[in-house]
Design a binder for this molecule. Structure first.
Ligand code: ARG
Length: 564
């Protein structure tokens, strides 16, 4: 049952508009006092040379209420439709029950492929808090597109090649050892990397040595490559620990080094298409026509660059996956980088340049004082997660000391709080890190949504059996219940909106609204003490809310414990 379609069918009969145009123009008013759906008459007004409110009034006369529309009202140029509440409860809840776990899925993306490039930290450097955002946003988009029926391919484009390795090789030989590195892991790598930079400021010869190592690596020298692999493996231990805790998976972990051999054909292709220009010994693609600084392809020493790897990777992905869209989740500060090389792809004559999209996000600011896990300038994700979990654990100790499996719950809630905080606003907005706000059980947070889910679960456990076959829908028409039903009805549309805008915050906001509506419903409507038919109908609502909260949280990578 799709109300917009039903309303459009009615309007087709009384206007000369096309069905699809009507569907597209129907709005959902912010305020439910303005109806559940509204049709704006402004477009018609031009054509009919009549005032919109006149048209709305005339249409209202012509249309009669039916089994699913209980009232039609013209208000300032809009035709407002009020859905029959009992009917809405009936179709919505039946659907939630019938469809089960797949509720909210649709087939918009059927037969289409979307590649998502996300997380992508740099080997031998710490997993930065910005990479956490890239991971969390990418993971949410992955799940959201899956729900839309797309074939989704997740790629971790690790920064696993480049000058940092030469430096590390020098630093490792001079200031570290296998023993120290095995023991210290990425922290040791960071220590010697920092040390290298300090000393190289005094002693330029260190940089020459580093360049030498890089050259060896590029020439395939076995010793250099063995060391490279060693640093890679050490870093992956740390990264995988982060991914495990977040529940993040990738279909491919193919970093920049994967494209080493594919870059020379790209350089040749650019050359053949007369796009390469020499500039101070380097090779660039001039982008003046597009009002951008040139895109650097080859360094003066012949080394390739970040954009060259991205161009090669994009071509490889198009040839391998034949994507309909390819998304790149990285910080806003890389805007120009993506704009530039997307342009180069276009200049190469590839029409799929239009299918490449940068998904930028804002920074994480630590305005409210330092994070206590900060050691030097580096925040380690596992330390950050541990702090979130410890703080959550302390709250649980206080609120519910007898809870079973406290550790598991604290892990789910602590990490949930961090993830939710990253996804709560428009991506582009900076995220403020505040433990107090993130971990609040009452604010617009993961713990609040998770707590509401646990509450719903506990109500169901106390109540015993719910009869899903005999539901008296006429009970479910009060404003608080109707608000929930409308939200449940809109779930699938919200997921579609999140995908269209590439904005997971549509889901976090939705979950907060649903949790708030549920808590109001529970406050206004007694359940367990009511007569059997009332109790049963309300339990069906509780059950549906519980399932959708869980499903929505899963969509953004957050677990929903049954008890908190
Ligand atoms: N490793 C890069 C960084 O940390 C991000 C890579 C993003 N993906 C890409 N295809 N450029 O800044």
């Amino acid at each position: 049952m799709n109300f917009k379609n039903e309303i459009a069918k009615i309007l087709v009969g009384v206007t000369n508009l096309e069905f699809n145009d009507i569907v597209d123009s129907i709005e959902v008013p912010q305020n439910s006092e303005m109806g559940d759906f509204a049709f704006p008459c402004f477009k018609l007004s031009k054509e009919m040379k009549k005032a919109p409110n006149m048209i709305a009034s005339e249409l209202a006369e012509k249309i009669k209420p039916n089994e699913f529309i209980e009232k039609i009202e013209p208000v300032s140029g809009y035709l407002n439709f009020y859905v029959n509440k009992e009917f809405l409860a009936n179709v919505t809840l039946k659907m939630v029950i019938e469809v089960g776990e797949s509720y909210g899925k649709n087939e918009i993306g059927k037969g289409k492929t979307v590649v998502i490039d996300y997380s992508s930290p740099n080997i031998a450097k710490p997993f930065h808090i910005g990479h956490l955002r890239a991971t969390v946003i990418g993971n949410a988009l992955y799940n959201i597109y899956k729900m839309q029926g797309y074939n989704v391919i997740g790629i971790n484009h690790l920064g696993d090649w480049g000058t940092q390795f030469g430096k590390l090789m020098v630093a490792y030989k001079k200031y570290s050892s296998q023993e120290a590195l095995d023991k210290g892991g990425i922290k040791e790598l960071v220590r010697i990397y920092v040390k290298f930079h300090e000393l190289a400021e005094q002693d330029e010869s260190l940089n020459d040595e580093a360049r030498n190592y890089l050259l060896k690596m590029q020439q395939g020298d076995k010793d250099a490559l063995d060391l490279w692999r060693y640093f890679y493996d050490i870093s992956m231990i740390e990264f995988n620990a982060v991914y495990d805790r977040l529940g993040t998976k990738f279909d491919y972990t193919t970093g920049e080094s994967f494209y080493n051999e594919m870059m020379w054909p790209i350089v040749e292709e650019l050359e053949a298409k007369n796009l390469l220009v020499e500039s101070d010994g380097a090779k660039i693609v001039d982008l003046e026509e597009a009002k951008m600084p040139p895109c650097l392809i080859l360094r003066s020493d012949g080394g390739t660059l970040y954009p060259t790897r991205d161009i090669s990777a994009a071509k490889y992905r198009k040839e391998t996956f034949n994507f309909d869209k390819c998304l790149y989740v990285t910080g806003l500060e890389q805007n120009l980088h993506f704009a530039q090389w997307f342009k180069v792809i276009e200049f190469m004559g590839y029409d799929w340049a239009k299918d490449l999209t940068h998904i930028p996000f804002g920074m994480v600011s630590l305005k409210e004082g330092k994070l206590s896990t900060r050691a030097g300038n580096v925040i380690y994700m596992n330390d950050l997660f541990n702090e979130a979990v410890e703080k959550t654990r302390a709250i649980i100790e206080e609120k519910n000391p007898d809870l079973e499996n406290k550790d598991e719950v604290a892990e789910a809630v602590g990490l949930g709080a961090v993830i939710f905080n990253d996804l709560y606003n428009n991506r582009i907005k900076d995220v403020v890190f505040s433990w107090e706000r993130m971990l609040s059980f009452e604010g617009e947070t993961a713990p609040y949504v998770q707590y509401t889910h646990a509450r719903a679960t506990s109500i169901l456990n106390k109540a015993g059996n719910v009869d899903f076959n005999n539901i008296d829908y006429s009970i479910l028409t009060d404003p608080a219940t109707n608000e929930i039903i409308k939200l449940l009805y809109n779930y699938s549309e919200k997921i579609a909106e999140a995908a269209n805008k590439n904005e997971p915050f549509v889901i976090t906001r939705y979950l907060v609204s649903l949790a708030q509506a549920f808590n109001k419903f529970y406050h206004d409507n007694p359940i367990i003490t009511e007569a059997e038919n009332v109790k049963n109908a309300r339990l069906v609502v509780v059950n549906s809310v519980k399932n959708i909260l869980k499903s929505g949280l899963a969509l953004i990578g957050i677990k929903a414990p049954n008890k908190m």
